[in-house]
Design a protein around this ligand. Structure first.
Ligand SMILES: [Zn+2]
Ligand SMILES: [Zn+2]
Length: 271
């Protein structure tokens, strides 16, 4: 085992200790055909993609959407106000400065990004036509957010995790919306074409993907040739799953954390 292999095993063990008892890896296909191949969310059997991804694909910006979306784990909710699941709670808590547990949640997010981005850099390159990411970007708080203008906690984590990778900075110029709005973000810098070859766009939580895809469109419009999205968690609302079909929620409930056997870049379906 090489140097990097040893580091990876250490981080995989650490990640398993941190989130292994509750995290559920995101899948993009299921035997019952109820999972969106783009975002891992619930879809009706027989449909190609979920309702949100379908809306994005039928928008005028379809050619500028992210080339690939990969997500670490599900953030399950019984209904839209439920945060009893530990992964779901972490996604709220890591952003809070002074609450018990927020330090733990930030450590978990950091561990996830180190393991799945830094130590799987070669995987990202492999699934991206041999082009490794040339820059990273995160999504700034929109102008209607109480956090507007302050450094986003995810930004702070990512710049520590990827210190040697150039950043492509986005600025929010509009208020958050659930739908795809390509004028929501603007690229702040004039970046060299080499830097814009492959932008790794990192976000915390995917709900409809509207915000992330809006950022992807902004990056592409500003010259990014390839955009890969990595999110820490994907919301799955079991009440919504029940409206899609019988047994859909149970399909998501039965997923688990597969530790080092699971690569979020290569693994698509639970064995
Ligand atoms: Zn989808
Ligand atoms: Zn891999």
């Amino acid at each position: 085992m090489g140097w990097n292999g040893g580091i990876r095993v250490t981080h995989e063990a650490s990640l398993a200790a941190t989130v292994g008892s509750f995290a559920q890896n995101v899948v993009y296909r299921s035997a019952k055909d109820h999972v969106c191949p783009i975002c891992g969310g619930a879809k009706g059997a027989g449909y190609a993609v979920c309702v949100s991804c379908s809306t994005h694909q039928h928008s005028p910006y379809k050619a500028q959407l992210a080339d690939m979306v990969r997500i670490f784990a599900y953030a399950p909710m019984e209904c839209s106000s439920d945060a009893s699941n530990q992964m779901t709670r972490y996604m709220y808590r890591y952003k809070e400065e002074d609450r018990v547990g927020s330090e733990l949640a930030r450590a978990a997010v950091t561990e996830i990004l180190v393991t799945e981005l830094v130590l799987r850099w070669g995987c990202i390159k492999e699934v991206s036509g041999g082009v490794a990411p040339t820059a990273w970007s995160t999504i700034p708080s929109t102008t209607n957010s109480p956090r507007a203008g302050i450094e986003h906690p995810l930004h702070r984590i990512v710049r520590q995790v990827l210190p040697r990778v150039p950043e492509v900075k986005l600025r929010a110029v509009g208020a958050k919306s659930r739908s795809l709005s390509p004028d929501l973000f603007q690229m702040e810098c004039e970046c060299a074409p080499d830097t814009l070859r492959h932008v790794l766009l990192i976000d915390d939580t995917w709900t409809t993907g509207g915000n992330v895809q809006s950022a992807a469109v902004s990056l592409k419009r500003a010259g990014a040739q390839r955009v890969t999205v990595f999110c820490v968690a994907r919301v799955v609302n079991y009440a919504f799953c029940a409206s899609i079909g019988e047994g859909v929620a149970d399909g998501f409930r039965s997923l688990s954390f597969r530790g080092g056997q699971w690569c979020p870049w290569h693994c698509m379906v639970e064995p």
